[in-house]
Design a protein around this ligand. Structure first.
Ligand code: AHM
Ligand code: MG
Length: 338
């Protein structure tokens, strides 16, 4: 009789452990860290799913029926991720879009941990009230300061290329966790029946080209000429080149970039006259997505250079952001260089 166990789906934990088995030198710290993030994501998911009930349970930021202050969802999410990572054994500290300064965990185990995490705990949070997809975005760096000491800002101000892993959680029609290491990008869908993320999208590759461009068209008058020319090119694509391209913009980057990662497309958040660096944050939003999309075969740039090569000098710095399918990005870059 065969010993083989007939199991069709791997859970997130099983998958990371299997990856670790293939690399005997691995210590398991990264697997632990991903498990911690998965746990916090499940907790956030439960609350996000209840968001439509706020009218009967009490609005966020107000006092609920038990007389307790109801936390805003993004604050709640931030606390969940900090909580699991602080209590875990793999993370020395965290930088969050929600907080002005880094959080240094500074206990004996955390100080001996290899990794630091950057996170946008709940991106697109203005979409919660209207039941539109939102997400969590994270990047993981190996710290550059000496293990055994508290982490410092230096550990966080690394180029995106130094990420050892990056991922996002999408709270949509289903909830998914997608993460990348240099070895590949894998997607896990939350099975509510068992409360586990299950491998549903193994080895994701971004199609070389697509038919979708995503950007906030309302800002068109504020964009530079080269960007406007590129958008016009998208609109004037001939039928034989798959045109005219379709414009899709959810206003939650996690949803827009996820769709383009799976189906092909380009996402843009350019600088404007008022905000030359645009809106999106390099550390918490752009670097993690750029890492994921590059591993999947796509590209990401700020219009002049690869996002992953930018040397950050501030935690919360912003950057124009263009990301997507390889051939579309190459056409975009040639427009920018013309
Ligand atoms: P947030 O971090 O305040 O949620 O903002 C980030 C979000 C992105 O998810 C999205 O792509 C963008 O803001 C939408 O901004 P805009 O409404 O200016 O198009
Ligand atoms: Mg954000």
């Amino acid at each position: 009789m065969s010993n083989r166990v007939n199991r069709q789906v791997l859970t997130l934990d099983e998958f990371t452990i299997q990856q670790m088995r293939n690399y005997p030198q691995a210590t398991g710290e990264l697997s632990n860290l991903l498990r911690d993030i998965g746990l916090a994501a499940k907790r956030v998911n439960v609350e996000v799913n209840k968001a439509g009930l706020v009218d009967i349970l009490g609005d966020f930021g107000t006092v609920n029926i038990q007389g307790e202050q109801v936390k805003k969802m993004d604050v709640y999410a931030n606390n969940q991720f900090i909580g699991v990572l602080k209590h875990g054994i793999s993370c020395a500290g965290l930088g969050s879009e929600e907080l002005e300064d880094i959080v240094i965990f500074n206990d004996e185990i955390s100080n001996n941990s290899k990794y630091v995490v950057v996170i946008d705990p709940l991106d697109g949070s203005s979409n919660i009230d209207v039941n539109v997809t939102i997400g969590t975005i994270f990047g993981v760096y190996r710290r550059v300061t000496k293990p055994g000491t508290p982490c410092t800002i230096e550990d966080f101000l690394q180029t995106g290329r130094n990420q050892v892993a990056a991922g996002y959680v999408i709270y949509g029609s289903s909830t998914m966790l997608v993460y990348a290491t240099k070895r590949g990008v894998n997607g896990f869908t939350l099975d509510p029946a068992i409360g586990e993320f299950c491998l549903s999208h193994p080895d994701i590759k971004c199609p070389e080209s697509g038919k979708v461009y995503s950007l906030n068209y309302g800002n068109i008058l504020q964009f530079g000429e080269k960007i406007k020319n590129y958008i016009e090119r998208c609109q004037k694509k001939s039928k034989k080149d798959g045109g005219p391209y379709t414009q899709r913009y959810v206003g939650s980057m996690v949803a827009d970039v996820h769709r383009n990662l799976i189906k092909g497309g380009i996402f843009m958040y350019p600088g404007t006259v008022d905000k030359p660096n645009g809106k999106l944050r390099l550390l918490y939003e752009c670097n993690p997505f750029s890492f994921i999309v590059e591993v999947a075969g796509g590209k990401a740039s700020n219009g002049k250079q690869a996002i992953l090569d930018i040397v950050p000098d501030q935690l919360h710095q912003r950057t124009p952001f263009f990301i997507g399918s390889k051939l579309m990005m190459e056409e975009f870059e040639s427009c920018m260089n013309s």
